[in-house]
Design a protein around this ligand. Structure first.
Ligand SMILES: O=P(O)(O)OC[C@H]1O[C@H](OP(=O)(O)OP(=O)(O)O)[C@H](O)[C@@H]1O
Ligand SMILES: Nc1ncnc2[nH]cnc12
Length: 172
């Protein structure tokens, strides 16, 4: 079954920039069996942790985060690209495999001592996830684990993320 998941992820060369091999997860989303499997595997990866909040990263972390949050009996918190969150925010600039941007979180989205799990679809350089972990730690949260569907091993992005428990369902 994980092989079916791996086979469903489509390689798109030179997107969004020349030289980038883009891993397209939309065929996984379109298949209810593979979507459920992805959510189940991501949830299982965090089975050792009691979690107060699941944090999803804009935008593809939102595709899995709320379902995993429900499975973990936890709330969901969005970390968003700049200018999308209406209340008081903390922000951080970061670089990713093909650009740079600013991420924001609501200042009241997590409380000091909250045990949080971070979810995204893919780990490349780790710039995005590392910035998210920094935002959460600034607010006093305890980042229990960081979970991805896909990890690009050759970029070694996990070394940039300040968390002892990083797990991916599929490695390339
Ligand atoms: O490990 P990194 O090098 O930081 O790259 C990984 C990030 O890049 C993608 O997001 P993107 O910024 O393309 O946004 P999207 O989810 O809105 O497509 C992906 O969903 C991760 O969030
Ligand atoms: N190669 C890649 N494929 C899909 N999403 C990405 N985000 C960063 N790098 C990526």
């Amino acid at each position: 079954m994980p092989q079916r998941l791996r086979d469903a992820i489509r390689d798109v060369p030179d997107f969004p920039k020349p030289g980038i091999l883009f891993k397209d997860i939309t065929p996984v989303l379109a298949d209810p069996v593979l979507l459920q499997l992805s959510i189940d595997k991501m949830t299982e990866s965090a089975s050792d942790f009691a979690i107060d909040k699941v944090v999803g990263i804009d935008a593809r972390g939102f595709l899995f985060g709320p379902s995993v949050a429900l499975a973990k009996n936890a709330g969901f918190v969005p970390v968003r690209k700049q200018g999308k969150l209406p209340w008081k925010t903390n922000s951080i600039s970061y670089a990713l495999e093909y650009g740079e941007n600013i991420l924001e979180i609501h200042q009241d989205a997590v409380s000091p001592g909250d045990r949080v799990m971070v979810i995204d679809d893919l780990l490349a350089t780790g710039g995005t996830a590392s910035a998210t972990v920094k935002l959460l730690k600034e607010l006093g949260a305890e980042v229990s684990c960081v979970i991805f569907l896909v990890e690009l091993d050759f970029l070694d992005g996990r070394k940039n993320i300040d968390c002892d428990n990083i797990h991916s369902i599929l490695n390339y």
